[in-house]
Design a protein around this ligand. Structure first.
Ligand code: ARG
Length: 571
């Protein structure tokens, strides 16, 4: 059991023993080192409910709690907090156990089938800066769910359906007559623009485009084949970006909007049979009393437009139904821009009313903010255009290359390029993941590429420092007990022992910045330890300290891996 549940269990038992069986122990990491390692904050609430003096009750809890072999000391502080200092021997044993475990001491959570839906780009256009955060965050969350033992389904709910595809296919047919369509498609954005120009200027072209939409929806084999070709080319662009960015998404994870097309009339009928539909201005809507406006009118969740067309929302209802009925998910994380928050609230509410979602199914919108430029507005290029993701990734690597080259001018170029790739992409991802995902942030190359502070380069460098110790030491004898005596050793072992709690927390609340903050603290604790406690003395390696180094290296590497960031042996 990881530290927090262990301490909470023991204190819950103690609270029960002193007459407060329902009180919450509320154990948390200590706010300051002088408060010990953890503090138990549940006594005040329990004492108030029982009308007892909290400090007296705290003493009773201390007398009752069984922390033999776990805590070195328990002290009452302030109005009735209990400060907990863990025993060196206990922490040493935790480190030993984690070292012998591929999971580094992180227990599996109760097994669930968890979908992480992320990236979900619209295929008509090239990937841009707006796709960065969702991709990075979703990928980290999927990795973390896998690590804690969940059956993970990655899902790329691409926008591959809708009227614009008639236009794009019509333009594809037209260009293939005069030149090379797939060559033109190399620049998806200009392809889109050119086809839009054709659509607007030539009524005959527009007619063909509309005709293709009808044929597409009717399942016409020829037009479908053309559309498939377009989708495949577009996905090739995405895959190249995923690879550069180190995302685990591939073609097997794609289940686009088109997948649900045939199901939409069936689903709307089901809503009608359940008595949920109302006609409003010719459209079919579900009225939601849960979302009233200022005038007290319920929100209208439109599922079918006037004229019969379906919408984004209808497809999402189809996806929920499929995910519940066919995939039997326990949990689904929709990693999508926060600006779609209302859509998801209304979607989940409608799906529950319709019985498309089981009462205990955990379907969650994992929102994220926007990446801003220095002017505090959404980041654009200097000329005011959308930042293309491919260009941004290339720039990250180029900037890292310049940095690495200035630090190590003598290294051969291939090595510098390889380091630059890991550092540049790592920096970009970490800068994102280390911010609370709910907030916007200002994009800053210099800050993210800095070798100091809470950045990827700092952590990657910390890892190489650990590895260099082992290169220096060579073979070492790992027999012999792990003994902690110095405060810096205790502090490092404590950080190492906390890893499981942090990973579990992020698996529960999908907030990767807590894992980043943890890794930064760990690297800092390692640094302090390394300065204060010599690992090699007079040519003799200290086994105990080497074990701390070893687990530090493994935890840093694993933590970064869970965030989708590579480590290097040297930098
Ligand atoms: N393709 C959509 C967009 O670019 C995002 C899809 C998000 N996922 C969903 N199930 N609605 O805005």
């Amino acid at each position: 059991m990881s530290l927090l549940p262990l301490l909470n269990d023991r204190f819950a038992a103690a609270l029960a023993a002193v007459g407060a069986p329902n009180a919450q122990p509320l154990v948390q990491q200590a706010g300051r080192p002088e408060f010990g390692d953890y503090q138990m904050n549940g006594v005040m609430g329990a004492a108030k409910a029982l009308k007892l003096n909290p400090r007296e009750m705290a003493q009773k809890v201390i007398d009752a709690v069984d922390l033999a072999g776990i805590a070195a000391s328990l002290e009452i502080a302030g109005p009735g907090f209990i400060n907990i200092k863990l025993a060196d021997s206990f922490l040493a044993q935790r480190v030993e156990t984690a070292l012998g475990d591929a999971q580094l001491g992180v227990d599996a959570l109760p097994r669930q089938k968890v979908m992480v839906e992320y990236s979900s780009v619209n295929l008509a256009k090239e990937m841009h800066i707006g796709h960065l955060r969702g991709g990075i965050i979703g990928d980290a969350l999927a990795r973390i769910q896998g690590f804690v033992g969940q059956e993970v389904v990655r899902q790329n709910h691409v926008g591959d359906w809708g009227t614009q595809f008639g236009m794009l296919v019509a333009y594809m047919v037209e260009t293939s007559k005069t030149g090379n369509a797939s060559l033109e498609l190399g620049d998806l954005d200009s392809f889109y623009k050119k086809s839009k120009v054709r659509f607007d200027e030539d009524p005959a072209f527009a007619d063909t485009a509309r005709d293709y939409v009808v044929k597409l929806q009717g399942g016409d084999a020829e037009v479908l084949a053309l559309w498939k070709q377009f989708v495949a080319i577009s996905l090739t662009h995405c895959n190249a970006i995923y690879q550069k960015l180190g995302l685990l998404l591939n073609d097997d994870d794609v289940r686009g909007e088109s997948f649900y097309n045939d199901d939409l009339p069936v689903l709307v009928n089901e809503l009608r049979e359940k008595g949920l539909l109302t006609e409003s201005d010719g459209a079919q809507v579900v009225f939601l009393d849960e979302f009233k406006n200022k005038e007290g009118d319920p929100a209208a969740f439109i599922v079918q437009k006037q004229g019969g067309g379906y919408l984004y929302a209808t497809t999402d209802l189809g996806a929920i139904r499929f995910r519940t009925r066919e995939l039997k998910l326990d949990r689904c994380l929709y990693v999508v821009d926060s600006r779609q928050a209302l859509h998801f609230q209304q979607l989940f509410t409608t799906a529950r009313k319709a019985g498309f979602l089981a009462a205990d199914a955990q379907f969650e919108h994992i929102g994220h903010g926007t990446i801003m430029g220095p002017d505090g507005k959404p980041l654009k290029t200097r000329s005011g255009d959308t930042v293309k993701l491919g260009d941004l990734l290339d720039e990250a690597v180029e900037r890292a290359f310049a940095l690495v080259s200035s630090k190590n001018p003598d290294q051969d170029e291939a090595t510098r390029r390889e380091i630059a790739r890991a550092v540049g992409i790592g920096a970009l991802k970490y800068a994102d993941l280390s911010k609370n995902r709910n907030t916007d942030y200002i994009f800053d190359w210099d800050a993210m590429l800095s070798f100091e502070g809470n950045t990827a380069p700092y952590l990657q460098y910390a890892y190489t420092r650990v590895q260099s110790i082992f290169r220096k030491v060579g073979d070492w004898d790992r027999r012999g007990a792990l003994l902690l005596s110095e405060p810096a050793e205790h502090a490092l072992a404590l950080e190492l022992a906390r890893f499981a709690d942090v990973v579990h927390q992020v698996a529960r609340d999908s907030m990767p910045h807590f894992l980043c903050a943890y890794l930064y603290n760990l690297a800092t604790a390692f640094s302090r330890f390394y300065e204060a406690c010599p690992v090699l003395q007079d040519g003799v390696a200290n086994t105990s300290r080497l074990k701390l180094c070893e687990l530090s290296g493994q935890t840093l590497a694993r933590g970064l891996n869970l965030l989708g960031i590579e480590v290097l042996e040297t930098m």
